[in-house]
Design a protein around this ligand. Sequence first.
Ligand code: HEM
Length: 443
Amino acid sequence: MLQTVSFFEVLKNAGNILRNPLPFHKRNFEKHGDTFRVNLGFGNSVVFTRDAGLAKHMLQQQHRNYHKSPLQSKELARYIGEGLLTANGDKWLKQRRLIQPAFHKKKLEMLISTMQLVIEQELQKIPNDQSIAIYPLMSDLAFKVVAASLFSYKGIDNEIQRLQEITEKAQKTLIKEIRQPYKKIWYYLNGTVRRALKDTKEARAILHQLIEERRKSEEHYDDLLDMLLQARYDDGTDMDNDQLIDEILILFTAGHETTSNALTFTPMLLAQHQDIQEKLFEEQSALKKESLGAMEHIKKSEFTASCIEEAMRLYPPAYFSDRVAIADDRYNELHIKKGTTILISFFEIHRHLNHWDNPEEFNPDRFSDTAKKHADYYFPFGAGPRMCIGSNFAMYEMIMVINSLVSKYQIKTNTNTIAIQPLITLKPKGSQLSFHPRVNVSI
Ligand code: HEM
């Protein structure tokens, strides 16, 4: 029988939970163990877990018995449609089979030069020797990398800019609705939701036009859009424009904020750990001498990968996920009734004393051999068949960004703490850093 946090306890802490639910989660895990129930009143409850075995059970071994909760399959789907991230069951499987090949490592290699170009352009916006908020810069960079990988965008900067504004606005509106459910009706009445949905229609119209132009074009771009247009279902048919637009909006949403969060937390941690930053710089200086091709360079940037992996352990951008049991199930002694919603805290699993020595410490060497050795309790990209389709894409992009930053600059900070904002993703709160050019570095 699971221990339960009462509805009274939830109400008493409502203000704090709204601001940052993580201390409430931690307190209750410490008090009630790795899995407990939270009573949400009116007959509703959610089970919280930081049991890595239960997480794998739901995401991997018994994944067919667990669907995404209405938070993703309904609320998020209202803005970005029904596709990879938001669909369940057969529809999800059909889309995953179709889209997966476009994210295969070999295909991604074709995107590397486009990604590198955008990254270099965006990083040029960093002023020397001044304190700047790095998050907005990384947010633009991450959006543009996905957009350029999809559309190779030449001459459509305005359209891409508008798509970014709309994607970001839809996410903000959804956060408001979720975090302040009692104001939900107000957001409908005062037009906030209507405006966001109207903008979404505009985004769909822009994408429709871009897709139609590409369908008519004789040129090959070898970008993600070409790959998605060429993809065929088992019966030989292709995606219609509506489905393609859903999937593109999903790639924008799933690949944008998560990546910008990790690309902010990693330099912040490096700024606070100068010795680790120096080790990274040395790895890069040595690799430069080898004059490798871009892909080979990424693959050999092992310490960079370890730093990013360790940053995502401490600050997983997707810090939780949830599933609903669609039939009764059992995990060890735990009976899981049909309809139970279970929230998995990746944040807590990544800091669990059973799995990590000194979990609060930033120590990239934990990942020195291979991240696979932690695969049973390390889930930055989820696990099982619904694991992030963009994990390689994201790792390549992040390695290129961090390599470029550390090779050119010494990154510094005035603070030894990192403040967080847990919203749909785990975002940094404040991201001031200063970038000091390294002397005698050829770039
Ligand atoms: C650091 C960056 C990223 C992180 C931490 C991340 C994390 C995750 C996680 C944890 C999931 C699984 C969610 C669940 O099971 O409930 C997921 C799914 C997904 N991610 Fe990512 N992601 C990142 C970047 C990307 C990028 C760059 C793309 C695409 C360009 C992408 C596209 C997707 C899609 C489409 C799904 C849904 C897959 C499915 O359900 O089949 N992600 N991501």
